[in-house]
Design a binder for this molecule. Structure first.
Ligand SMILES: Cc1cc2nc3c(=O)[nH]c(=O)nc-3n(C[C@H](O)[C@H](O)[C@H](O)COP(=O)(O)OP(=O)(O)OC[C@H]3O[C@@H](n4cnc5c(N)ncnc54)[C@H](O)[C@@H]3O)c2cc1C
Length: 417
């Protein structure tokens, strides 16, 4: 039987998981990525879940202690720098590139196409054709939209589905371990810290350093600070010194100095001094506006959406890359269960992954409700979730929960054989 061919739009983790898993079951695959250069320069730190490691193992990727920094302690600081709660955990914190590299290396170079900007698809009973902005096209049996939150595949298919602004941004940054003064290094670098003055949510955690180095002395501390910002202020933040507005995502080096100074001053006034020091030590802070998105369906005909193109939860569960891995794994397992028949496999995929995606979006809205309401609603009008005075130990457990411990997600994370 002739091998079938999948066209995968988007060459980040979701696209790479799908491509490699499909190859394992005999499909030909081609990945089309809009960005022209290798994506390895993307520097974000990420929380991980064991379920993503299982998918990587299935692909033959070795999971050992080099996969990230093993964190055993969570510490909750009050605004004066006093420890008010601690929690023992066992989690690996890592970086996006630590997973991108092995997944990319598994795929033959000839099947990964950089600089290919997908514009639209055409579907017939015989196949599906993707069109790119340079005028080229490619045809196959299945098109997978793994092109992220602003998915062009989804926009053609479901133009009414738009990502929804959560009402806050995430300031982020990284500090090299060697740049910490000795006392602060011990207090911060190996630890997953939390600090939550009203309406804010700040966490720091260690991630591998240059070339995925996990050794003490060579690690980095990553901070993620969720900070309420009204839509009009977001537009200002995304406007550079020349007056050009960059939509909802401005390149870090163009963020105006006045906003970075304002951000550092806010952090000094509201966070534990140790945490404000981390913000000050960060040379190039940047921010991402937080959106979420839910699609009414994610597979139809010869097209399927996966990862952030399908559903985006706000990032509080630290699960976006794990969800992308599990989407890809589910799709492949559904194809295996349907003896390779596309139509029943996509019905199965659509039903189950919509259930998972909707629950993930809802959980993360619940976790972030107090930040969404912080500037947009007077206290008297807020719901109990929006007022959210969770005790520190509960906060550390809920925000950093493992997927296997989340009662409404764990049983539907994977396809039951
Ligand atoms: C503040 C923040 C913190 C986060 N923390 C975590 C965490 O701790 N743990 C975790 O697991 N996840 C985390 N995430 C989420 C995670 O980054 C995403 O869920 C994950 O990257 C989704 O992967 P993806 O492959 O679906 O999409 P993306 O990584 O967005 O990739 C989409 C790809 O498609 C390409 N593309 C887009 N349009 C086109 C086009 N027209 N043609 C061709 N290619 C195109 C893009 O260039 C990109 O490479 C966080 C996100 C944010 C914002």
């Amino acid at each position: 039987m002739k091998a079938r061919r999948a066209l995968i739009i988007g060459g980040s983790l979701g696209g790479l998981f799908a491509a490699n898993l499909l190859r394992m079951i005999g499909w030909e695959v081609d990945v089309y990525e809009r960005v022209a250069d290798d994506l390895a320069a993307r520097g974000a730190g990420i929380a991980t879940h064991d379920e993503m490691f299982d998918t990587l193992r299935r692909l033959g990727v070795v999971i050992d202690d080099t996969i990230g920094i093993k964190v055993s302690d969570r510490v909750f600081y009050d605004s004066n720098g006093k420890v008010i709660a601690t929690l023992k955990v066992n989690r690996y914190m890592s970086s996006w590139v630590r997973f991108y590299r092995p997944l990319k290396d598994l795929l033959p170079e000839k099947n990964y196409h950089f600089g290919m900007n997908f514009t639209r698809f055409e579907e017939t009973p015989e196949g599906v054709t993707a069109h790119f902005s340079d005028g080229t096209r490619a045809s196959g049996d299945l098109l997978i939209g793994a092109d992220g939150i602003w998915s062009a595949v989804r926009a053609q298919w479901l133009p009414e589905v738009k990502p929804e602004y959560a009402g806050y941004i995430a300031w982020r940054g990284m500090v090299e371990e060697r740049d910490f003064p000795p006392k602060l290094r011990g207090e911060i670098v190996p630890i997953h810290t939390f600090c939550l003055p009203e309406g804010q949510y700040m966490l720091t955690y260690p991630v591998p350093g240059q070339d995925d180095d996990t050794r003490a002395g060579y690690r980095r501390t990553n901070f993620v600070w969720y900070h309420p910002v009204l839509p009009e202020k977001l537009t200002e933040l995304c406007t550079d010194a020349s007056g050009k507005c960059h939509g909802v995502a401005i390149p870090p080096h163009l963020i105006r100095k006045a906003f970075i100074d304002e951000m550092r001053a806010f952090s000094r006034a509201h966070f534990a001094p140790q945490i404000a020091d981390v913000v000050d030590l960060t040379q190039q802070p940047f921010f991402q506006a937080i959106f979420d998105c839910a699609s009414p369906h994610i597979a139809q005909g010869r097209v399927a959406l996966l990862g952030d193109a399908a559903f985006v939860g706000r990032p509080h569960a630290g699960m976006g890359t794990t969800k992308a891995a599990l989407d890809a794994q589910y799709l492949i397992d559904a194809l295996i269960a349907a003896n390779g028949e596309l139509a029943p496999a996509l019905v199965d995929y659509n039903e189950s992954r919509c259930l998972f995606g909707n629950r993930l979006v809802a959980r993360n809205r619940w976790l972030g409700a107090h930040m969404s309401a912080h500037l947009s609603k007077p206290k008297s009008q807020r719901t109990p979730d929006e007022l959210a005075h969770r005790p520190p130990d509960v906060t550390m457990r809920e925000f950093g929960a493992k997927l296997c411990d989340i009662a409404d997600l764990a049983p539907i994370a994977r396809r039951q054989q």
